[in-house]
Design a protein. Structure first.
Length: 156
């Protein structure tokens, strides 16, 4: 008899995310890491909790920073396979949870040769050259509008 598969909330609680945060993260579970915003709080929470489990599995060079850095990418590739970045967050979390439950150990990325298949390490957007400010793009939009109004009024 096979084990029933876990739903998304059970997967999130299995990696240590509480029910309150799981509610806001559930919509992200069906999106791949390559298409999510790395600066969103949901992505940061997912990655932090995955990093904690990957560290417990033996990837001792994985920090709990919440960023998809190279050690995290290499550890996920060991657990989820080389296409981890194209898989959904739910599939990645499911493979990490099943690895934890079955007692799999992985090696730190410093012991591995980096894959050369072009696996993306972090996702970036078109406007990542702008510095982070409180309010994000809304602050820049408001500043642009105020500059527009200022210079439009100066011509009169």
């Amino acid at each position: 008899m096979s084990k029933p598969t876990k739903n998304t909330r059970e997967l999130l609680t299995a990696i240590g995310i509480g029910h309150f945060n799981a509610t806001m993260i559930v919509p992200y579970m069906f999106i791949s890491p390559t298409t999510t915003d790395p600066k969103s709080s949901q992505t940061i929470l997912i990655v932090q909790h995955l990093q904690k489990i990957l560290f417990e599995l033996g990837a001792t060079d994985v920090p709990q920073s919440g960023r998809l850095d190279e050690p995290t990418a290499l550890a996920l590739a060991q657990v989820s396979g080389p296409d981890w970045a194209r898989m959904s967050w739910a599939a990645n979390i499911s493979s990490v949870v099943s690895a934890k439950e079955s007692g799999v150990t992985i090696s730190p990325s410093t012991m591995m040769v980096a894959p050369d298949d072009g696996v993306p390490v972090a996702v970036s957007g078109a406007l990542d050259f702008l510095p982070d400010v409180p309010g994000g793009l809304l602050t820049y939009a408001l500043g642009g509008y105020l500059l527009y109004r200022h210079f439009k009024g100066a011509r009169r």
